[in-house]
Ligand binder design. Structure first.
Ligand code: ACO
Length: 354
């Protein structure tokens, strides 16, 4: 039997670290509120010259080096992001070009926080069917373009300007405070290779999509439902910034992540304590604590890094994989469950032997 084995990983964190206290300089929030409600202590944002594909490229370079795989061997690219450099084309071919890969097929995945797991299933299906032997799977995001503040406000937050926000700017920034404090910018990548008859590799997946509640988490503007697809009025209304009903998403995420995790474990005859690690999407530490408790997991089985990076959407799971590989928490042969929930709504779980 052919299986797709994760043979290397890499990650790249955006350079500018922004603490909760810095966010509180330009909107009505506090370090205490953000920590307590989400677990986020800081996030990193990209500088203006860095786009999503650049974080993806840097992460992919490291993943290929860690895997000992030459660029010429890559025969498929899968790139998951909700913040592509351009409306079109997607980041897949941009990464292919910047990395100097052959003219291999490049897929762009649009499933937000579940993007990495959707990409993993696609990569695995290509490997199992013999269509690909070496796949570069990337999740990367530059969310800072969603942030509502002006350049001057941002400089004030970072301490490089003495000009505080006006009352209008403060109120405008505060309107989005429940959302903007959660996100950060990063890229992470894994290399998958076909292997015959071994124990290691991607074992199973279960993915779901349900559009009924899509307006609970979406970007109302800058889409082709509008003619033209973008205009100054949309920006004045703030329709380019995501809308999120946090409580609704929280409830759906906890229910769906527990259900899908149980289902994959049951189908594969795996008990929770047989798992070395459960890599959960990092949207909110409270969501993950709830899921870990419901699944009966021990604390050391559920690594987290949301406190350092916030929610990096498609990058969270490969970023955790990479960190745990580098610090020795994850070793070849370990059994790992990955679980995510994101806008769409979309959710899923993948069982992998590292
Ligand atoms: N700072 C201070 N106060 C705030 C902030 C803030 N940043 N944000 C909201 N508040 C206030 C609210 O205005 C509200 O005040 P009120 O009681 O006076 O009305 C109060 O805090 C409570 O607000 P809630 O929204 O009920 O707070 P909650 O405990 O639900 O936490 C949060 C909000 C963190 C957003 C949480 O609901 C959450 O994490 N939800 C899920 C997010 C998620 O998983 N997103 C999916 C991934 S993103 C993707 O796929 C693109």
């Amino acid at each position: 039997m052919t299986r797709a084995v994760i043979v290397g990983s890499g990650s790249e964190i955006a350079p500018t670290r922004v603490t909760n206290a810095q966010m509180a300089r330009i909107m009505d929030t506090s370090d205490e509120w953000i920590r307590e409600r989400s677990g986020v202590e800081a996030r990193h944002f990209a500088t203006p010259e860095i786009a999503t594909s650049d974080l993806g490229v840097a992460a992919a370079e490291k993943a290929l080096a860690a895997a000992g795989v030459a660029k010429a061997e890559v025969d498929l690219v899968v790139f998951a992001t909700m913040t592509p450099d351009h409306y079109f084309p997607g980041c897949g071919t941009l990464l292919q070009h910047k990395l100097g890969l052959r003219t291999v097929p490049c897929f762009d995945i649009r499933q937000q926080c579940s993007g990495f797991l959707y990409g993993l299933q696609l990569a695995d299906a290509h490997v199992r069917s013999g269509l690909a032997k070496t796949v570069l799977l990337v999740g990367a995001e530059v969310h800072i373009g969603f942030m509502p503040w002006t350049r001057e406000n941002y400089a004030y937050a970072l301490g490089t300007s003495d000009v505080p926000p006006t009352k209008e700017e403060w109120d405008w920034n505060s309107r989005f405070r429940h959302l903007v404090v959660l996100f950060g910018d990063a890229g992470a990548a894994v290399v998958l290779r076909a292997a015959e008859d071994g124990e290691r590799g991607v074992l199973d997946h279960e993915l779901h999509g349900a559009g009924a509640d899509y307006e609970k988490l979406y970007v109302p503007g800058t889409g082709f439902k509008h003619r033209p697809y973008t205009d100054p009025e949309q920006f004045k209304r703030g329709d380019h910034i995501p809308v999120m009903d946090g409580r609704h998403v929280f409830k759906m995420a906890t229910t769906s992540m527990v259900e899908v995790a149980r289902s994959v474990l049951q189908k594969n005859g795996v008990a929770p304590d047989q798992l070395k690690l459960v890599l959960m999407h990092q949207a909110n530490q409270r969501i993950n604590e709830y899921c870990a408790k419901a699944l009966g997991l021990r604390e050391e089985q559920v690594p987290h890094n949301i406190h350092k990076y916030g929610n990096t959407t498609a990058a969270t799971i490969p970023l955790l994989w990479d960190e745990c590989t580098r610090d020795g928490r994850l070793r070849p042969g370990d059994l790992v469950l990955m679980v995510a929930f994101g806008a769409g709504m979309t959710w899923g779980a993948s069982l992998v032997r590292a």
